[in-house]
Design a protein around this ligand. Structure first.
Ligand code: GDP
Ligand code: MG
Length: 609
C-alpha cells in the first residue's frame, strides 16, 4: 500500500481527519463523542493484522489478549522522502521514535503501565501517531478482542469486561464500527458482529471486514460471496474482504509490502473472489480508501450537529461557571491581594459587630442586653435582704446603738454572694461572642467554593477567637474579682447616701446632722438606709459588670482577633491556602478546562461550517 493509493483523495480528506484529531487532542472526546472508526472483533479474528497492513508497521501480536487498552491509531501521510516517525502518548507520557522496530516494545510498556503487567484490560486510551509516506490518512481505535474463555490469570468475567468496554465505545452514534470477522467461521454467530448489531440494528454505521479468505473450506465460497454482496446480513456500509499475512508468512518474515502484493495476486487469481476486486470489495488498499471516505463522510455529516452540541455545552458550562462564584486569583500577587481584601472585610465586620451593628441574623446586642437584664433582675431581687433579718444582725450594742462593723459585715457578705453569678454571666457572654465571630466568617469570607480556604479560616478563627476570649475572660475575671473586693469596702458619697436616707425617712436630714444621726435612735430607718446602701452597691454593679464584660469580651477580643487575622498574611503560605484542591475548586477548574477546550474546538470548527 504505497502513498499513491489515494493521493487524489488526500486534499479532501486530510483536513477533516486533522480536525477531529485536533479536537481529540484537545480532549473534546471527554465532553462530546467524536466521529471515529472503532475496530472490534473476536480474539484472533485478524484485527491486528488488518491494522498492521493499514499502518504499514508491525503491531504487537500474539496469542491471548494483546490489545489490553484502547489503542488509537492515527495514521498520517507525509510527503515521500520524509522519514517514518511515531509518537506514542498515554496518560502524561509522550514518546517519539523513528525506529519502527521499537513500536511493539513501546506499546507493551504503555499497556503494562496503564493496565498493569499481566492480562487485565483498562479503559485508558493509548494514542499512537504514525507519520509515514506509506500510510493513508486515517484514525482508528483498536479495542481488546472478545475473549470467550479466560486464560490463566484472567478474571472470570474478562469476556464481559471486554464487551462492556466495546459497547461503551460503539454505542455512540458518532462511531463507525469496523467489525473484523474471519471468513472461515460462521459469520452470523461472531460475537463482535452481534454486539455491533445490538447498537446499530439497521447496520447504518457498521462495516464488516472479512479476513482469512485463504483459509476457507472448499465449497463455502458462494455462501461467503453472498455475505459480501450484502445478501445475508445487510450492512449499509457493506463488506470488504482482505487477506493478511498468515502465521507462516509472519514466521517467514514476509514483509508487509510483499504481503500486499501477495494479497493482490490472491484475489486476482481467485476463482470465486476475483470479482470482488472490480467491485472494490477486496484488498487492504480499497479498505483504506473506503475507510477514509466513510470516516470523512461521517465527519462531514457530524459537523453541524457537533457544532450545535458544542454551542449548547458552552452555554451550559458558562452558566455552571457563573454559579460557581469566581474563585481566588491563581497568580501569587493576585492571591495575596485577595487574601488581604478578604481579611480586611472580615475585620470590618467584626468591628461592626462589636459596635453593636446588626450584621448577623441574631443581633448580638439583643442577646447581650437580655443576659445583662437578667443580671440586673437578679441583683434587684436580693435588695431587701436587710429588712427581714434585722435581729439576726444585731451585735453586742445596746438597743438604739448600731455597730458599723456589723453593718459592714452584713453588706460584705451580701455583695460576695453575687460573685458566682457575675462569673456565670461572663461565661455566657463569652460563648455568645465566640460563636458570633465564627459566624461572621460565613458572611464576609468569600468565596465559599474555596473550601480549603474557608475551612482553614474557620479553624484559625475558631482557635484564635477561642484563645483570645480565654485571655480576655481571665482578664475580665480578674477585674470582676477586684471590683468585688472594692465593693467590700462599702462606700458611697455622703450626698448619695443622704438622698436615699431622706427618701425613706419622715425627717429630712442635712449633711451637718449626719455625725449625730446615730444618736437620734432612728434604728429602723437607719437599718433601712443601710440596706439602701446595699442597694447603691447593687445598682453600681448592675451597670459595672456589663460594661466590664463588654469591654473585655467584645471590644478587646475583636481587636485581638483582627490583629490575629492580619498576621495570617505573613504566617501562612498564601498559595497553599488558596490553591489547595477542594471539591468545588476542582469542579470550577474542570469547568474552566472544558470551557477552554470547547472554545478552541468551536474556533477550529468555524472553518468548516
Ligand atoms: P487479532 O487477535 O484479532 O488481533 O488477530 P491477529 O491479527 O493477531 O491474527 C490472528 C492470526 O490469524 C495470526 O496468526 C495471523 O497471522 C492470522 N491471520 C490474520 N489474517 C489472516 C489472513 O488473512 N490469512 C491467514 N492465513 N491468516 C491470517
Ligand atoms: Mg490483536
Amino acid at each position: 500500500m504505497r502513498g499513491a493509493v489515494h493521493s487524489h483523495l488526500e486534499e479532501s480528506i486530510r483536513p477533516y481527519i486533522d480536525l477531529i484529531d485536533t479536537l481529540r487532542s484537545a480532549g473534546i472526546h471527554k465532553d462530546l463523542a467524536l466521529p471515529t472508526i472503532i475496530v472490534i472483533g473476536d480474539q484472533s479474528s485478524g484485527k491486528s493484522s488488518v491494522l498492521e497492513a493499514l499502518s504499514g508497521v508491525p503491531l504487537p501480536r500474539g496469542s491471548g489478549i494483546v490489545t489490553r487498552c484502547p489503542l488509537e491509531l492515527r495514521l498520517k501521510k507525509v510527503n515521500v522522502g520524509v522519514n517514518w516517525k511515531a509518537v506514542l502518548s498515554y496518560s502524561n507520557n509522550k514518546i517519539e521514535f523513528v525506529d519502527s522496530s521499537l513500536l511493539e516494545n513501546h506499546v507493551h510498556a504503555a499497556q503494562n503501565e496503564l493496565a498493569g503487567k499481566g492480562v487485565g484490560i483498562r479503559d485508558d486510551l493509548i494514542t499512537l501517531e504514525i507519520m509515514s509516506p506509506d500510510v493513508c490518512d486515517l484514525t482508528l481505535i483498536d479495542l481488546p478482542g472478545i475473549a470467550r474463555v479466560p486464560v490463566n490469570g484472567q478474571p472470570q468475567d474478562i469476556g464481559n469486561q471486554i464487551k462492556r468496554l466495546i459497547r461503551k465505545y460503539i454505542e455512540k452514534q458518532e462511531t463507525i464500527n469496523m467489525v473484523v470477522c474471519p471468513c472461515n467461521t460462521d459469520i452470523a454467530t461472531t460475537e463482535a458482529l452481534k454486539i455491533a448489531q445490538e447498537v446499530d440494528p439497521d447496520g447504518k454505521r457498521t462495516i464488516a471486514i472479512l479476513t482469512k479468505p485463504d483459509l476457507i473450506d472448499r465449497g463455502t465460497e458462494t455462501r461467503i460471496l453472498d455475505i459480501v454482496h450484502n445478501k445475508v446480513i445487510p450492512l449499509r456500509k457493506g463488506y470488504i474482504m482482505v487477506k493478511c499475512r498468515g502465521q507462516q508468512q509472519i514466521d517467514d518474515n514476509i514483509s508487509l509490502e510483499e504481503a500486499a502484493q501477495m494479497e493482490s495476486d490472491f484475489f486476482r487469481t481467485h476463482e470465486h473472489f476475483r470479482c470482488l476486486l472490480e467491485e472494490e470489495k477486496a484488498t487492504i488498499k480499497s479498505l483504506a480508501v473506503k475507510l477514509s471516505q466513510h470516516l470523512v463522510g461521517h465527519i462531514k455529516k457530524s459537523l453541524p450537529q457537533l457544532n450545535e452540541q458544542i454551542k449548547k455545552k458552552l452555554w451550559d458550562l458558562k452558566n455552571e461557571l457563573k454559579e460557581c462564584e469566581a474563585g481566588p486569583p491563581q497568580d501569587p500577587k493576585g492571591a495575596k491581594q485577595f487574601l488581604i481584601k478578604t481579611l480586611t472585610r472580615f475585620n470590618e465586620e467584626i468591628k461592626s459587630l462589636s459596635l453593636g451593628e446588626q450584621i448577623t441574623e441574631d443581633h448580638l446586642f439583643v442577646q447581650l442586653r437580655e443576659k445583662f437584664r437578667k443580671w440586673h433582675d437578679h441583683l434587684n431581687s436580693t435588695k431587701t435582704f436587710c429588712h427581714s433579718n434585722e435581729k439576726k444582725y444585731r451585735g453586742r450594742e445596746l438597743l438604739g446603738f448600731s455597730n458599723y462593723r456589723t453593718f459592714e459585715n452584713v453588706l460584705q457578705r451580701h455583695v460576695a454572694t453575687h460573685k458566682a453569678h457575675a462569673i456565670k454571666l461572663l461565661n455566657i457572654i463569652k460563648g455568645i461572642v465566640t460563636h458570633l465571630h465564627v459566624h461572621v466568617r460565613v458572611l464576609s469570607i468569600k468565596p465559599k467554593e474555596c473550601l480549603s480556604f474557608d475551612v482553614c479560616i474557620f479553624f484559625f478563627l475558631k482557635t484564635s477567637s477561642y484563645s483570645n476570649s480565654l485571655i480576655q475572660q481571665a482578664k475580665a475575671e480578674q477585674r470582676i474579682s477586684e471590683q468585688f473586693e472594692m465593693e467590700g469596702m462599702i462606700y458611697t458619697q455622703d450626698p448619695i447616701y443622704l438622698k436615699f436616707l431622706n427618701e425613706i425617712s419622715d425627717e429630712k436630714y442635712s449633711e451637718d446632722q449626719l455625725p449625730v444621726l446615730d444618736k437620734k435612735s432612728k434604728y429602723s430607718e437607719m437599718l433601712q438606709a443601710y440596706s439602701e446602701v446595699g442597694y447603691i452597691v447593687v445598682q453600681r454593679m448592675s451597670d459595672q459588670l456589663p460594661m466590664m464584660i463588654s469591654f473585655f469580651m467584645l471590644k478587646e477580643t475583636a481587636q485581638l482577633l483582627s490583629t490575629d487575622m492580619l498576621s495570617l498574611l505573613d504566617g501562612v503560605n498564601v498559595s497553599e491556602l488558596l490553591f489547595e484542591n477542594s471539591d468545588v475548586g476542582r469542579r470550577r477548574k474542570d469547568l474552566q478546562t472544558s470551557l477552554d477546550r470547547l472554545t478552541a474546538a468551536q474556533e477550529a470548527l468555524s472553518d468548516f461550517i
